[in-house]
Structures are given as structure tokens and as C-alpha cells.
Design a protein around this ligand. Structure first.
Ligand SMILES: [Zn+2]
Ligand SMILES: [Zn+2]
Length: 352
């Protein structure tokens, strides 16, 4: 088990679409939070890429993709690794295929989004995917901070939630996680966390007020840890650095952490067999092995095997679990709120 980590935030909007911050302001916010990478994804435009923002900014790497939608503003899909936008008239099936053909990485955004019946904020309809079982979908957002906020916010609690934009956060939707466990028993679909930050400016009592969910606040919420074969900062070539990040996402070498519940640095979750040791997103071969977990702080841990909870316990720092073939995901909670959600580790049985 030999890897390094890059910690960063995915799904960010700037003034190139409906975000309120310039790209340099967003980069500065990411740097102030000590992030290793940011994935910018404005609606329907790669203008920031053309302006040269994809690359290194001091110690922070920014990849610039864009958020595609169809003509009815449905099926939001983040596409990274493309140098130009796809034609505007494409249906979602056409852009799923086109992103894949061009070697890009697509992420299905807020796939299971819902709103509280009759209490939703007007003007913010849910934009779910409906169907997700397309072979081109390799990555989905399992936890989108903005979407989560809108799901939890009603006309009654909106002022509290605006003032305390991270405190409401609970955990990814159970329905989504159940679907994700099911599909992963057939083929790999990676889960990432995203902020979907716009730093929207609102007026309170008719007066001009500052941005809600400002970039820095959101960068202290849901982060995705990517497990990399070499330190990102050593890869100075921007194309290579971007490829390394996108490959880790596609491969599921990743876990999601809500930093509102604590720093997740030092979290490790892996499988060891007699002959190998594998990291998140990988597959080990063998009829038995050990699942090993290191936590940076005590947490209530659940291990989910093939969609079923097989372990649920308060863990101080470390635990090991003897395992048989299957796919294994871990959830860690603190104060009954979601903290860490991993991708799957796989143990594939061998016949003699
Ligand atoms: Zn969207
Ligand atoms: Zn978005």
C-alpha cells in the first residue's frame, strides 16, 4: 500500500456562469484552506480553461471542466479533460457518449436530487437524473453540498440555514447509497463529494448582503481525498497532473469527507491478503483477507458488504475485520452526523 493523497473540492461555479467569484478569488480561497486541488465546472462554458486557469497556482492545482445540461436544463453532467465544449443541441445520451469518446471524465451531478414537498424554496427545482444505469456513467456525486442544503431547507428554516450553511449537513441520501452499492456489485461506479458552490449573493431586508455559502466556507465542508501513486506537487506538467487527478477519480481511488465533522487526514482503509495489499477502488484476489481501518479520531463506523451492514461499532482509532469475497464500503459518523464515506474495496474469490 503505497500512495499519497491530494485533498480538494469538486464542482465550483465562477463568474463565467452563475457563481459570484472570479477564478483568482476562488483560487485564493482554495489556497487559504490549504487545498491541493480544485475542479472548476461552470455551466456550459470552458471559458476559464481558454483563459489559461487550468494548471498550477502556487501549491494548488486547478482543473477546469464544465457542467453540461440538456435543452430542458436536465441531466447535469460535469465533464473534465475536454479542451472545447460539445455542441449545444446534444441530448444527455449524446453527451454521455461524446465525453467518453473524447477521453473526458464525466460525473453525474446531484443524481438523486429531491425537494421537500410543498415547502421548497421557489425558483430552485430539483434536477435529478431519473435513470442512471447508462454504461457511460463511471462517476456520480454521492454527496453534493448545495443540493443537500436545498433538500434540507424549507421556507421556515431558510434563514437559520443561510446563517449556518454547514451545520444542517447530515449525510448522503440512503436511497442513493443503496443504488450505488447495488450497481457496484455489477460494475464499478465511483462516488465523489462535491460542493457545487456559487457563493450566491442575497439581499436581506432589502439591503445588500454578502455572499452566502462563500467559497471558503464551502471548501471547509465536503472534500474528496484522491489517492495518488505520486505526490501531485511533484508533477509540474499541468496535463500530466490533470490526468493523474482524473484517473484517480475514474478508478475510485477516493473517499469523501465532510470537514465540518473533523479533519479526515490520516484516514486509511485497505485490504490485505496473503499476497497483496490494495487501496480504495482496487480489487484483491483471494478467498479471504483482512479489512484494515485507521481513523484520525474516534468515530461510529459501519462497514457495508454487498449493500448489507456487517459491522457497526464505535471505533477509537483502528480496527481489523476478517473478510470473504465481496465489495466493502465504510461509513464513519461523529455525533451521529456523516463524516467519511469511502468508495468500495473489492475482494474477488479465486477457485482452486
Ligand atoms: Zn447542477
Ligand atoms: Zn453546479
Amino acid at each position: 500500500m503505497n500512495y499519497t493523497e491530494a485533498i480538494g473540492c469538486i464542482h465550483i461555479h465562477s463568474i463565467y456562469s452563475d457563481g459570484s467569484g472570479t477564478v483568482p478569488e476562488i483560487i485564493a480561497a482554495g489556497q487559504a484552506c490549504g487545498l491541493d486541488y480544485l475542479l472548476l465546472s461552470d455551466h456550459m462554458t470552458l471559458a476559464a480553461r481558454r483563459e489559461g486557469y487550468c494548471g498550477w497556482h502556487g501549491k494548488l492545482f486547478m482543473s477546469v471542466g464544465y457542467e453540461i445540461n440538456d435543452q430542458e436544463d436536465q441531466h447535469h453532467y460535469l465533464a473534465f479533460g475536454l479542451d472545447e465544449e460539445l455542441p449545444l443541441h446534444y441530448s444527455h445520451l449524446e453527451y454521455l457518449q461524446a465525453v467518453k469518446e473524447k477521453g473526458g471524465l464525466g460525473i453525474a451531478a446531484h443524481p438523486f436530487e429531491k425537494r421537500v414537498q410543498n415547502q421548497s424554496l421557489p425558483g430552485f427545482p430539483a434536477i435529478p437524473w431519473g435513470r442512471l444505469d447508462y454504461p457511460e456513467i463511471e462517476v456520480i456525486e454521492i454527496w453534493n453540498m448545495m443540493s443537500h442544503w436545498l433538500e434540507k431547507t424549507t421556507v421556515r428554516n431558510k434563514y437559520w440555514n443561510i446563517v449556518h450553511p454547514r451545520s444542517f449537513s447530515t449525510e448522503p441520501a440512503a436511497e442513493l447509497l443503496a443504488w450505488w452499492d447495488e450497481i457496484n456489485q455489477h460494475h464499478k461506479v465511483t462516488g465523489v463529494g462535491s460542493v457545487d458552490v456559487h457563493a450566491t449573493k442575497v439581499k436581506v431586508c432589502g439591503l445588500y448582503s454578502k455572499a452566502i455559502f462563500d467559497y471558503k466556507i464551502m471548501f471547509k465542508s465536503i472534500r474528496t481525498h484522491l489517492l495518488l501513486p505520486r505526490r501531485l506537487s511533484e508533477v509540474r506538467d499541468p496535463d500530466e497532473a490533470e490526468r493523474m487527478l482524473l484517473t484517480a477519480i475514474r478508478s475510485g481511488n477516493a473517499f469523501v469527507a465532510n470537514y465540518r465533522r473533523g479533519d479526515a487526514s490520516g484516514f486509511h482503509y485497505w485490504i490485505e491478503t496473503d499476497s497483496e495489499s490494495i487501496i480504495l477502488g482496487e480489487t484483491a484476489r483471494g478467498n479471504s483477507g483482512w479489512l484494515r481501518v485507521d481513523l484520525p479520531a474516534s468515530a461510529q463506523c459501519q462497514v457495508i458488504k454487498d449493500g448489507q451492514v456487517i459491522f457497526s461499532q464505535m471505533v477509537p482509532k483502528h480496527f481489523d475485520l476478517k473478510i470473504t469475497p465481496g465489495i466493502y464500503r465504510l461509513e464513519a459518523r461523529r455525533q451521529e452526523r456523516g463524516w467519511i464515506f469511502t468508495n468500495h474495496l473489492r475482494l474477488k474469490g479465486v477457485s482452486n
